[in-house]
Design a protein around this ligand. Structure first.
Ligand code: DOR
Ligand code: ZN
Ligand code: ZN
Length: 387
């Protein structure tokens, strides 16, 4: 299906539903300028930014400041996701109407799952009144305390505490029931387990307003990548097993999983160059979507059209954004991709401030050559192999 030879692909520019740009508060990992530069290099025209900044994005003023900063930079558009609750460990709901009015495209408490059924029900009821999506990092913390990786044969072999699939499944199942009871829109962030995929499939068949995203790393890597204690592969939710990867691929291909999102989670070298148990979870992804996922297309696991939909129309629909399209007279939001360009991933080429990815040094095929966002060229790939 991919063009053979030297042909470039013209695609609508991508929309990322899930990135951590770390500004305000942790600019040593990433800031809005470097994060948006990475996004442009990855083919994105729109980036939705998770609220686990310092301070947490739980107010109109932080949301507005993030948007103003991005507009001053002039690259891809930034769309903040507000917090569901106030502060780091709050149970009081945020003023979601204000957040939406300020430009937030959803609310989440990423990395700190809303485990209280009561808070979740109130959040869904409240968000429903403004057609705002609740985005859940599905993790029952009672089952993941101290967990370092997926619970299975490899965690036993490595002597690392495991994060069982059921910790994700329980929250997704409960939230689906709450979404049904409230009629609100509910979105599963970075779905990773085969059980959660089954629950999602059943929920959609029953007409419940639930959507989901999957990351490139959960589609391509398993817990075997953690052998050797590679901290670049430490991530929440963890890399799981081949059966999960197969279920995720099938669900993405048949549309049960709506979107691909990066969960771009930059961390400094010091936060990864340490004992596995001390390492921060997360990996960068904005610049790697094309080479990592075109591989799935080449393997026949995913039609190119479905991949493009999962990176453009589907996330735009969930965030209530206008989807980038290629049509005469539209303001250009597109990317040019060379599907056959092979290269070794060099950290010096990455625009992100952080280099935490297990794909460093790997041979990859497929590269973004140019990105246009909001009618402007925001990225052009440097010529030749040097830097
Ligand atoms: O691996 C992760 N990193 N998972 C999360 O939920 C949070 C994220 C981060 O902010 O670094
Ligand atoms: Zn998360
Ligand atoms: Zn995240």
């Amino acid at each position: 299906e991919l063009i053979q030879g030297d042909g470039l692909l013209l695609l609508p520019a991508f929309v990322d539903l899930h990135a951590h740009l770390r500004e305000p508060g942790q600019e040593y990992k990433e800031d809005i300028a470097s994060g948006l530069a990475a996004a442009a290099a990855g083919g994105f025209a729109h980036v939705c930014a998770m609220p686990n900044t310092r301070p947490v994005n739980d107010t109109r003023s932080i949301t507005e400041a993030m948007i103003a900063r991005a507009r001053a930079i002039g690259g891809p558009a930034l769309h903040p996701i507000g917090a569901i609750t106030m502060g780091q460990k709050g149970t009081e709901l945020t003023e979601m109407a204000d957040l939406k009015d300020a430009g937030a495209v959803g609310v989440s408490d990423d990395g700190r799952c809303v485990t209280s059924s009561s808070v979740m029900r109130r959040a869904l009821e409240y968000a429903k009144t403004f057609d705002l999506t609740i985005i859940q990092h599905a993790e029952d913390h009672a089952l993941t305390d101290g967990a370092q990786m997926h619970e299975g044969a490899i965690s036993t072999r490595l002597g690392l505490r495991g994060w069982p699939r059921v910790a994700e499944d329980i929250i997704v199942a409960r939230d689906v029931l709450l979404a049904e009871a409230t009629g609100a829109r509910y979105h599963v962030a970075h779905i990773s387990s085969l059980g959660a995929v089954r629950i999602l499939r059943e929920a959609k068949a029953r007409g419940i307003a639930v959507t989901a995203e999957v990351t490139p790393h959960h589609l391509t890597l398993t817990d075997a990548a953690v052998l050797g204690y590679d901290t670049a592969c430490k991530v929440n939710p963890p890399l799981r097993e081949q059966a999960d990867v197969d279920a995720l691929r099938e669900a993405l291909a048949d549309g049960t999983i709506d979107a691909v999102a990066t969960d771009h989670a930059p961390h400094s070298t010091l936060e990864k160059d340490c004992e596995f148990a001390e390492a921060s979870p997360g990996l960068i992804g904005l610049e790697l979507v094309v080479p990592v996922l075109l591989d799935l297309v080449r393997q026949g696991a995913l039609p190119l059209g479905r991949l493009v939909d999962a990176l453009t129309r589907a996330p735009a629909r969930i965030a209530r954004l206008e989807a980038p399209t290629i049509k005469a007279g539209a303001r250009a939001e597109l990317c040019l991709v060379d599907p056959n360009l092979s290269f070794v991933l060099d950290p010096a080429r990455l625009r992100s401030k952080s280099k935490n990815t297990p794909f460093l040094g790997r041979q990859l095929t497929g590269r973004v050559k140019m990105t246009l966002a909001s009618g402007r060229v925001v990225f052009v790939d440097g010529e030749g192999a040097a830097t």
